[in-house]
Write a protein that binds this ligand. Structure first.
Ligand code: PLP
Length: 387
């Protein structure tokens, strides 16, 4: 059937797709120039490859190539967006709006800004993980400089109404940043239509390599300015110094190009498998419930609550399947997911939830097998508990 364990954790990372790897390989040792060394052919070739990658990444979100700033990944992009705006626009205001279910890269940056004396409003979400647009508009004050709301949640897949948020932000003259790490390559993104000013991306969540990402920074209407996190050679229009990761950028660009061409078809396929998975699990397991919104969700995400079955106990010793639990293990304790907690169902639900992230490497046969596997395991655990 296929290799074990079956990988269904594509929200954590994705394998580098063979076409991406093939495009990258020459840039490690044959075409190895520094893209900033324009005194010779080696540098020209590297620079050319970088500009092609920039164009490919820009096309995925309908941006201009010169609006793409390459970073080490979405963590850095999120930090650059928040710290960069907070510092550069300090004279305009000291207030930021974000949401309780954001990725830690946004939440922890926001907390650090608070420690520096900035003000942050954390919007709550409803039981589906959605913010309330009226609450968002009510939170905007004259000192608000930035709204940061993720495009798609990495745990429960809930999608944000980007165009509506963009419209509200623009009306109030506030910049709009979105962490689109999970959305990119899965759903269409258009920074013009959605009036997005800053957007974070990561290659390894869309079948590219780890350690490369980008921040889209709008250049006109309005022209967004950022204070850099890193100082040095002034690469990337002064916003991100450091020698460019040429093979990474080539891989990222290729992954973006493939996503742009194949996204629609792939999303339909993955969604069909998700439906198969959810229907199968519902048939075999009593009481399961969906975490997140039933329709406004990523096509390849399924996050389910299995009453009474602790996800950590569920995965313990489970060799054939790679899925994520609703908990984050820190060194000392197991903390319930802040995302599931924010839905308002309580701690038991957060400890008894599983996240499936399907991807290109999966197939219908695997889905059928996983339904059986999960059903068997749940029955085992429930029988144990009842005894
Ligand atoms: C994975 C992820 C990040 C972090 O991206 P890295 O490139 O691994 O730093 C940030 N935000 C979201 C929503 C993510 O899923």
């Amino acid at each position: 059937m296929s290799r074990m364990p079956i990988y269904m954790d594509h929200h954590a990372t994705t394998p580098v797709e063979p076409r991406v790897l093939a495009a990258m390989l020459p840039y490690f040792s044959e075409i190895f120039g520094n893209a900033a060394s324009k005194d010779h052919e080696f540098g020209y070739q590297a620079s050319h490859a970088v500009e092609q990658g920039r164009t490919q990444v820009a096309a995925l979100i309908n941006a201009r190539p010169d609006e793409i700033i390459f970073t080490s990944g979405a963590t850095e992009s999120d930090n650059l967006a928040l710290f960069g705006v907070a510092e550069r626009y300090a004279d305009t205001g000291d207030h930021i709006i974000t949401c309780v279910t954001e990725h830690k890269a946004v939440l922890d940056a926001a907390k650090h800004l608070e420690a520096q004396g900035k003000r942050v409003t954390y919007l709550r979400v409803n039981q589906y993980g959605q913010i309330d647009l009226d609450e968002l508009r009510a939170a905007i004050i004259p000192q608000t400089v930035l709204i940061s709301i993720m495009a798609a949640n990495n745990e429960i897949g809930t999608l944000a109404p980007l165009a509506e948020i963009g419209r509200s932000a623009r009306e109030h003259g506030v910049l709009f940043h979105t962490d689109a790490t999970q959305a990119a390559g899965s759903i269409p993104l258009d920074v013009q239509k959605m009036q997005i000013d800053l957007l974070s991306l990561s290659a390894h969540k869309m079948y590219g390599p780890k350690g490369i990402g980008a921040l889209y920074v709008r250049r006109s209407n309005p022209r967004v300015r950022l204070a850099p996190l890193l100082y040095g050679g002034g690469h990337e229009r002064g916003m991100r110094s450091g020698t460019l990761n040429v093979p990474g950028i080539v891989g990222f660009g290729t992954a973006a190009e493939i996503a742009r061409r194949e996204m629609k078809e792939q999303a339909a396929q993955l969604h069909a498998w998700i439906e198969q998975l959810f229907a199968g699990l519902q048939q075999h397991i009593t009481g399961i419930a969906l975490n997140g919104h039933p329709t406004k969700r990523l096509p390849h995400n399924l996050n389910i609550y299995i009453p009474g079955v602790e996800s950590r106990a569920f995965i313990a010793g489970l060799k054939d399947l790679a899925v994520a639990t609703g908990s984050a293990c820190t060194s000392a304790s197991v903390a319930p997911s802040h995302v599931i907690m924010a839905l308002g169902f309580g701690e038991e639900r957060a400890h008894c939830s599983l996240r499936f992230g399907l991807g290109r490497s999966n197939n219908a046969e695997q889905v059928a097998y996983v339904v059986e596997l999960v059903a068997r395991r749940v029955t085992e655990l429930r029988t144990l508990l009842a005894a």
